[in-house]
Structure formats: structure tokens, C-alpha cells
Design a protein around this ligand. Structure first.
Ligand SMILES: Cc1cc2nc3c(=O)[nH]c(=O)nc-3n(C[C@H](O)[C@H](O)[C@H](O)COP(=O)(O)OP(=O)(O)OC[C@H]3O[C@@H](n4cnc5c(N)ncnc54)[C@H](O)[C@@H]3O)c2cc1C
Length: 579
């Protein structure tokens, strides 16, 4: 097994990982030797698919916006589960990050005064989402990638799949990685590491996320015995195209799109009188499912999926072409529907994981509820749960989170290196054990097709752990996941080769998804209240007396353990959420 020594290893090359690499490099005067490890080509990271934009208060004197208002909207949107110190850090730093991306070459849409244009997003009191048409993620990634490839101290290892997080006692030691092209194994042994592996929504079948969003970073941490936080909160985006699940950005409603049921009614008036289609995503998704259950949906014949309409026709061709060109192209190419002429069929799809790796305010990975920090390890972006989104994220707050904590982690890690002479030693036993892990999987001689397990898992999550849950649903999901986990021990691999063994990669991802789906389900089963994206029939209301707390879930030898941790409240006392 090859051992590669670095100062810093960053796992993930999305907006969070690449931003962290730039800031870590700058903060060490380009002296730190940095490796970025990514299972895709870096530019295929899921962040390129981000559409609608990035939040930040840019021109308060013109718009009457303020940092407090951005914080309030975010906290209210989170159904008061966000840690308010983290939200304050987000909103304070987000404007600087939009400016940073402006400097590195993102071509923002601009108004007639050449100011960066901002559009409305759900749950925001004021339009504060900066955007580059409906391809914001692509433009941000392109600018970041151009910067990173020019840094001589940073090397990118494309198509390298990490399969273990290496810890010694409470210290980060490195990562075990398989080079997908050759199948050869290597350990990145480093003084410090950042995990930035994105979300886990691929535990669902109907999802807006790319096939690579399999929660590997969260699973590596969880398998290493470290805790995850708030896993029961999976965001279902209200408007995914039926039947393929491709996202129709919230910006379509931000620009004025309507949601209508089979009777042609703008039903959001019943659920969020004031903000209508621009209520937060949890509320709009519940409204859509309620309409469908009341028989006011439509049905797509082939898939059997029920949907409602997103109507953009009144915006006109010019607005659609200028502000939403990609979604027009997607609808035309994938469904042969032109939103200029016809409404789009949409329903809620798994979109974002609010929960993730339990970190402190600065993105440092925690080893327990709130006392012990893992030495030398950070988790940022969608895989980390610093808890700015609580139980429901507001759209466009994720890209700002990736940028803000990308910089924070980059700077923090530079400080950490000043105090850290050497990486913890890589013990021989660790190397030996890691070199055997992959061959043990390749040698499996069972009878179960792993893709059957994946599709059953996705079906189970879609059926039982969707927008509305019941205790019975969750018990069913728990039982089924546990059966699937048993079946996983008896899989076979059709491809036992070394070169680009995507079968092996998929199996590693399925293993990760099984663990995370179990964590989501068990945390959901334990939470006896409805809050944000967790709506459970038996407990339809939020219960601040008993449940204003984060779930902390971890693996033990005896099974899965669940603990709780208080929410940090600074200035905004929980209130009823009316939109
Ligand atoms: C369609 C869509 C549109 C969106 N639009 C917006 C928007 O407009 N605004 C907004 O704020 N949010 C948006 N979001 C959410 C936002 O895009 C994501 O939360 C964000 O891009 C995540 O970035 P990231 O850097 O954390 O991870 P990602 O961009 O997902 O990158 C993950 C990285 O980790 C690597 N990786 C993962 N596992 C491994 C492994 N085992 N080994 C090696 N490498 C690994 C991958 O190769 C990749 O480089 C959108 C989400 C979707 C699904």
C-alpha cells in the first residue's frame, strides 16, 4: 500500500472543499503541502449543479436588508433548531464570500447600476440571493477550480475513492483511498484533514441530487465511532420534475412562478397566506403532498407518480430566457415541455441533508456530544452539521455555508499546522488492516445482488421516511433496513477486476447509505414532535419544552446510540412560525 505524506488532506472538491484549499494555501503562504482527494473529476462535484444562487446581505442601504434580518429568517426557517451563534457567523461572513467569488471571476447577473442582482427565495423577507442565471454552482466551481489548479502546493487526486477515516485515539491520522483508474490503494497520511463530501440524498430514489451524493464522509466518520447530528432532518425540495427528479430551482418561484393543483387553484393561499409559493420548503412540500392526498393532484402515467403544476407561463419568454434558461432547456430536453407554453409537473424530492457530521462552531469534528474535539479534523459544507439550517434549510444558504466554513476551516487549519510539528505516526497494524479491507469485499461469494439492496433501500426511504411520517412507517423502515443490512453481508460482486471497478465503488457507497438511512430512521423514530422537515402524524406540533435539542447519533458495539444536545439560542426566542 502506497503511503503519501501531506500537511493537509481535503476530502471532496465541491465548493466547500475547493474554497478551503484556497484559504488554507493562502493562510500558510502557499507553504502547506495540500492534497485534494475526490471520487469524481473535481469539476463533476455535485456543487456544479447548484442552480438558484447564494445568500448574503449585499446592499443594505438600498434594500433595507440587514444581517439581523438574514439571521432571523434563517432561524425561523430552521424551526428554531439552528444554533444561533453559527447563524450569526454565517450571515456576518456571507457578504464577504459573495465578494470573494466576484473577485475570482463569477459572472453574477447585475442590475442597471452594475450591482449584483439578488432574487427572492423561500422564507427570506427580502430578495437576498445573488445568482448567475440558474447555473450559479457551475460558475462558482469554475472560478474556484481555475484558482486551485494554479496553486503549486495543491495537488488534486481525481477519481480517488476514500473508504476509511484513520484515527489514532482522538487524533486524525489520514484516509485510506482507492485509485479508481488502477484499483491501487494508498493512504494519505496528514497532519490535518477536512471532510467536504456533500450530502446523502441518494438514500432516496426520487431525488434532485447527483448519483455521487451518497454521504460517504458522514459514513466514514460514523463507522469510525464519531457522532452525527440531526440526521432525521432530510430536506424535500417541493419542485422536482416528474418523473425524473431533476430540480426546478426555487428561483422559478422567486421570479414569480405559481403552484397550481388539478383544479387550477393556487393552493398555497391555504397554507402560507402571506408568502404563498415562497414559504420555506418544508411548508411548501407538505402543502403539495396534502393537496395530492386530498385528490387534487395529477398523475404521470408511466411512473404512477402524482404531481402538481409549476406554472411559469405568465413570466414570459424573455424573463425565462434571461433568468431561468437552464430549467427551460432541461424541461424541453428531458420532457419535451416548454415552460413558456405549458406548466411543469413537479413533486417533492429528497434534496439536502440538514444533518451530518457533528462539529463545533468552527467546523471541528466532535468526538462526543459537546466536550471532546477530534484533533486535526474538520467537516464542512453539506456533510458537516455546524447547524446553521436546523430542521429546515432556507434555499441559497447552503452555498454561503460552503463558502463561509471553507474559509474558516482553511484559516483554522493553517493555525493548527503552526502548532503541530508532525502528523501522528501511522501504525503498521492500521496499514495492514486497511490493505485487506478492499480484497475482503472483492472476495465476497454471496448470492445477493447489491443493486437490489440499493433499490430496496431507496424504495423503503421514499415510502416510509418521506415528507410525512408515522411511527408505524418508521418501524417498517427500521425493520426493512435491518433486513437489508443483513442481506448486505451476503452480496456478490459481478466485477472482481481492478481497473475502474465501478461495481466495487457502488458497493462501498451502498454500505454507506445503509448506515446513514438507519441513522435517519432511528433519529426520526425517537423524535416525538414535528419540526421543520420532520413531520410525524402522532405528534403534529413542535414541542419546545421537550424537543428543542439536537439529536446526536453514533455507533457503539451494542448498536446505535442516540443522545441529545441543547440548541444554542442567542437572541431569537422560539416563536410560532407563520408565513
Ligand atoms: C440540483 C441542486 C441545486 C442546488 N442549488 C443550490 C443553490 O442554488 N443554492 C444553494 O445554496 N444550495 C443549492 N443546493 C445545495 C448545494 O448545491 C449543496 O449543498 C452544495 O453544493 C454542497 O457542496 P459541498 O462542497 O458540500 O459538496 P459537493 O459539491 O457535493 O462535493 C462533494 C465532494 O466530495 C467528493 N466525495 C464524496 N465522497 C467521496 C469519497 N468517498 N471519496 C472521495 N471523494 C468523495 C465528491 O467527489 C465531491 O468532490 C442545490 C442542490 C441540488 C441538489
Amino acid at each position: 500500500m502506497e503511503i503519501l505524506d501531506y500537511d493537509i488532506v481535503i476530502l471532496g472538491s465541491g465548493i466547500a472543499g475547493l474554497t478551503a484549499a484556497i484559504h488554507a494555501s493562502n493562510a500558510t503562504d502557499k507553504k502547506a503541502k495540500i492534497a485534494i482527494v475526490t471520487k469524481l473529476h473535481a469539476m463533476r462535484s455535485h456543487s456544479v449543479a447548484a442552480e438558484g444562487g447564494i445568500s448574503g446581505v449585499l446592499y443594505p442601504e438600498v434594500t433595507n436588508d440587514s444581517l439581523d434580518l438574514h439571521a432571523y429568517d434563517t432561524i425561523k426557517g430552521s424551526d428554531y433548531l439552528a444554533d444561533q451563534d453559527a447563524v450569526e457567523l454565517l450571515v456576518k461572513n456571507a457578504p464577504k464570500e459573495v465578494e470573494f467569488f466576484d473577485h475570482i471571476g463569477v459572472s453574477w447577473n447585475r442590475n442597471e447600476k452594475a450591482q449584483i442582482e439578488q432574487r427572492a427565495f423561500g422564507g427570506m423577507s427580502i430578495p437576498r440571493t445573488a445568482f448567475a442565471a440558474d447555473k450559479t454552482g457551475f460558475f462558482m466551481m469554475r472560478a474556484l477550480y481555475d484558482e486551485v489548479v494554479n496553486l503549486e502546493n495543491v495537488s488534486i487526486f481525481h477519481e480517488n475513492f476514500a473508504y476509511s477515516l484513520l484515527l489514532d485515539e482522538n487524533h486524525f491520522v489520514g484516509l485510506s483511498v482507492m485509485d479508481l483508474a488502477t484499483g491501487s490503494l494508498r493512504i494519505f497520511h496528514a497532519k490535518a484533514g477536512i471532510i467536504a463530501t456533500g450530502g446523502a440524498s441518494r438514500m432516496y430514489d426520487f431525488t434532485t441530487t447527483s448519483h455521487s451524493s451518497t454521504g460517504d464522509g458522514q459514513a466514514l466518520v460514523y463507522k469510525a465511532g464519531l457522532p452525527l447530528k440531526d440526521m432525521e432532518f432530510v430536506q424535500f425540495h417541493p419542485t422536482a420534475l416528474v418523473p425524473n427528479g431533476i430540480l426546478i430551482t426555487e428561483a422559478a418561484r422567486g421570479e414569480g412562478g405559481y403552484l397550481t393543483n388539478s383544479k387550477g387553484e393556487r393552493f398555497m393561499a391555504l397554507y402560507a397566506k402571506k408568502q404563498m409559493e415562497l414559504a420555506p420548503r418544508d411548508i411548501v412540500s407538505r402543502a403539495i403532498i396534502t393537496e395530492i392526498r386530498a385528490g387534487r393532484g395529477l398523475r404521470e402515467e408511466l411512473s404512477g407518480l402524482e404531481y402538481i403544476h409549476l406554472d411559469l407561463r405568465h413570466l414570459g419568454k424573455n424573463v425565462i430566457d434571461e433568468k431561468l434558461p437552464m430549467i427551460r432547456e432541461i424541461a424541453q430536453k428531458s420532457l419535451n415541455i416548454d415552460p413558456v407554453e405549458e406548466p411543469l409537473p413537479v413533486r417533492p424530492a429528497a434534496h439536502f441533508t440538514m444533518g451530518g457530521i457533528h462539529t463545533d462552531l468552527y467546523g471541528r469534528v466532535m468526538a462526543d456530544e459537546d466536550k471532546t474535539i477530534v484533533d486535526g479534523l474538520w467537516a464542512i459544507g453539506e456533510c458537516g452539521c455546524v447547524s446553521v439550517h436546523g430542521s429546515n434549510r432556507l434555499g441559497s444558504n447552503s452555498l454561503s455555508q460552503c463558502a463561509v466554513w471553507g474559509r474558516i476551516a482553511g484559516n483554522e487549519i493553517a493555525d493548527y499546522l503552526k502548532k503541530t510539528a508532525d502528523a501522528p505516526k501511522l501504525r503498521k497494524e492500521i496499514v495492514n488492516a486497511e490493505s485487506l479491507k478492499i480484497s475482503a469485499i472483492l472476495d465476497k461469494k454471496g448470492s445477493v445482488n447489491p443493486y437490489f439492496i440499493k433499490s430496496e433501500l431507496q424504495k423503503t426511504m421514499g415510502e416510509f421516511v418521506y415528507v410525512y411520517r408515522t411511527k408505524n412507517d418508521l418501524f417498517n423502515a427500521k425493520r426493512r433496513i435491518s433486513e437489508l443490512k443483513k442481506m448486505f453481508n451476503d452480496i456478490y460482486l459481478a466485477d472482481k477486476g481492478k481497473l475502474f471497478n465501478t461495481n466495487l465503488r457502488d458497493v462501498l457507497e451502498i454500505d454507506n447509505l445503509l448506515d446513514l438511512a438507519e441513522a435517519v430512521t432511528l433519529c426520526a423514530l425517537n423524535r416525538n414532535e414535528s419540526r421543520g422537515a420532520h413531520a410525524i402524524a402522532e405528534y403534529p406540533n413542535r414541542d419546545d419544552t421537550n424537543w428543542l435539542k439536537h439529536s446526536i447519533v453514533y455507533k457503539t458495539k451494542e448498536g446505535v446510540g442516540i443522545g441529545y444536545k441543547p440548541v444554542t439560542i442567542t437572541r431569537w426566542k422560539p416563536q410560532p412560525r407563520i408565513y
